[in-house]
Design a protein around this ligand. Structure first.
Ligand SMILES: NC(=O)CCC(=O)C(=O)O
Length: 301
């Protein structure tokens, strides 16, 4: 049986594997240059990496945090918000603005937050990282985002009227298949994760996680990393990639700064879902449908 068109027309996605440093103003200027490059390359949706405006690390979150509420914040409170809105409007693209450290002034809590803007430069979604990156692999890596950050508590599904729905989540969120499953069963054609895996878990799990979420859900999955910088405190894996709904890797960046593109089509979803019709074969009489349970979704902004 043919699948209803989740993706209304082909869309070109660009992942900007950005090299950021410690100078926020420079990071924003440089991001703008590469968002323009991506748009000139034909992209309709452009994605930036996790913490694209700052170095990634618990010590840095408070220094770089911006106030995003009330919306729209002033240019002084959130230069990144205004820079992203302008980049989207200038390039007439949907811009998934990676993530930035956020300070909620009313609660004094910090979040790792992704902002998505429409081609008119209007904020259309805010995702606060739900699953904080707390791991400890002896002799390899210890990272405890929860020492500084608070978790978000919503699944973020964004309606792009010309194309269809996508889900936006951040990095470690990809390790939780339930979030992806709910988003896919709510009709998303793509799951987009700005992320920053590292040199321990990157080679083990980055591509595997992307392919796994694509395979389980028969949707497109995009992961956008910062470029690797061996002089930084955190060494990002790079390898930004897009998987198709058959879990094939369509495109994969290397380690350095790069913009990669993929054309997403509804036929890709149909190919997977008609050939391997798991959407009609699930046995909700045997196990529950997690997408029908109580979930928290982002309120419209
Ligand atoms: N920024 C992150 O959430 C990193 C996640 C990561 O590296 C992982 O292995 O998961």
């Amino acid at each position: 049986m043919a699948t209803a068109a989740l993706l209304k027309k082909p869309v070109k996605l660009a992942l900007v594997q950005l090299a950021s440093g410690s100078d926020k103003t420079r990071n924003l200027t440089h991001a703008r240059e590469l968002v323009h490059t991506a748009a000139a390359g034909g992209a309709n949706i452009v994605v930036l990496p996790e913490c694209f405006n700052s170095p990634y690390g618990c010590d840095h979150f408070p220094t770089y945090a911006e106030t995003l509420l009330p919306s729209p914040p002033s240019a002084t409170q959130s230069p990144s918000f205004h820079a992203l809105a302008a980049m989207a409007a200038e390039t007439k693209t949907y811009l998934i603005g990676g993530s930035i450290p956020e300070l909620d002034p009313s609660t004094k809590k910090y979040y790792n937050t992704s902002l998505t803007f429409s081609p008119a430069g209007k904020l259309v979604a805010t995702h606060r990282k739900v699953h904080l990156f707390d791991i400890d692999i002896p002799g390899k890596i210890r990272f405890q985002e929860s020492e500084i950050l608070s978790p978000g508590n919503k699944i973020s599904i964004v309606d792009l009227p010309e194309y269809g729905k996508i889900a936006v989540a951040i990095c470690y969120d990809i390790r939780f298949p339930e979030l992806a499953m709910v988003a896919a069963r709510k009709g998303c054609f793509a799951l987009v994760y700005p992320g920053a895996f590292n040199l321990t878990t990157g080679p083990l799990h980055w591509k595997l996680q992307g392919q796994a979420r694509a395979l389980d859900n028969q949707v497109y999955v995009a992961l956008c990393s910062p470029a690797r910088d061996m002089d930084a405190g955190y060494h990002a894996w790079g390898h930004s990639l897009v998987c198709d709904p058959m879990a094939r890797v369509m495109v994969e960046a290397g380690e350095g700064e790069e913009v990669v593109y993929a054309e997403l089509k509804n036929e890709g979803i149909e190919e997977a879902r008609t050939g391997i019709p798991i959407y009609e074969q699930r046995r909700f009489d045997v196990y529950p449908d997690v997408s029908q349970g109580e979930c928290r979704f982002e309120d419209a902004v």
